[in-house]
Design a protein around this ligand. Sequence first.
Ligand SMILES: Nc1ncnc2c1ncn2[C@@H]1O[C@H](COP(=O)(O)OP(=O)(O)O)[C@@H](O)[C@H]1O
Ligand SMILES: [Mg+2]
Length: 374
Amino acid sequence: MRHQNPFKPTAGKMPPVLVGREKVTDDFIEGLENGAGAPGRLMRITGPRGSGKTVLLSELASIARDHGWLVVNVSAAGDLLESIRKRLLKAHTFELDSLKLSVPFGSVEAGRAETNAADFETVFDGAARKMTARGKGLLVTIDEIQDASHDDVREIATAVQFLIRDDQNISLVFASIPTGVLDLLNGKAMTFLRRAKPEELEAIPLAEVRDSLRRTIEDSGFFADGAALDKAAEATAGYAYLIQLVGYYVWRAAWLRCRELDGPIAVTDADATRGIGEALEEFKDAVLETAISGLPRMSVEFALAMSEMGEVVATADIAEKLGRSTGYLSPYRRRLIGRQVIEQTAPGYVTFSIPFMREFLVERRGEILARYGA
Ligand SMILES: Nc1ncnc2c1ncn2[C@@H]1O[C@H](COP(=O)(O)OP(=O)(O)O)[C@@H](O)[C@H]1O
Ligand SMILES: [Mg+2]
């Protein structure tokens, strides 16, 4: 029998089981159903790289579609207003008459040309009003909003606020790296972004992770013993990307061992050990190494010092350890925050943003310093 690995360790790919997101999806559904101005309709999803933001936006989009809403998903990397405008014009439900641009003496072609030329505000406002008139609504999701231009965000915010005030069915959900980073990149983050309902993607409880691993493995036609599941769940640290990566390699270890055999394939404790080892190696190279590569030497020394000091470390203690002033270290610390290697837990205190970063730095300390001739 042929078996396919069910795990999806790829950015943006919908996982076989979406674990630990019930609160967010419930908040969102409540928002959709509670009418104009409900808090769940304006939402900010934050978390480090690999915590599952993009996938969650897709999930919310599909919930909104199930409610009959028109959905536009965009990423902030390009021209935000133009991509929203274009998508709305293309959307099936959004036809020529929807802008109420009356062209009494013009031809249909002239009307279409006029529609196509309408600016962002007209198209956006028209789409939301038309959907509301149908008893539905408009959802816009924006991924990686930290990359958007302030002017674009401000313009969207104004349009959304206007629609909310007019009791129109509009929802805006955006994802960004953690708020501390957002403040740092954008000065004080724009008020509008701050007012949205915050949903911080924190570590997923291991019991839920374990259950999802078991279900995914069983749905693929394998089964797993309890010890293997415990071990695998623990190795994920509740981090979304690691759930897929660990699951993938543990499943693969069993498959490599048993693919020539007949009968059901069991994932054993030994498969878990082997798979976890391979998953963590890949995680180090693909995620942890990438996160620190190309940083200035002082940033790297900052992170290395931190790794030897504890989970949450005072910037002042790092400065003392390195024999530098906190002022001198400040730009190097900021680089680390911008790269999502570390984050601020309270003013003057930092911690690592990505699981296993600390262990990784301790383990590869010599090798990393050698790159800087140290
Ligand atoms: N809730 C979840 N449960 C299980 N796996 C998830 C979950 N969310 C995301 N993943 C997996 O984690 C990885 C990263 O997800 P992604 O949405 O790209 O993260 P981000 O956008 O925060 O960087 C993908 O492999 C995805 O399948
Ligand atoms: Mg993403």
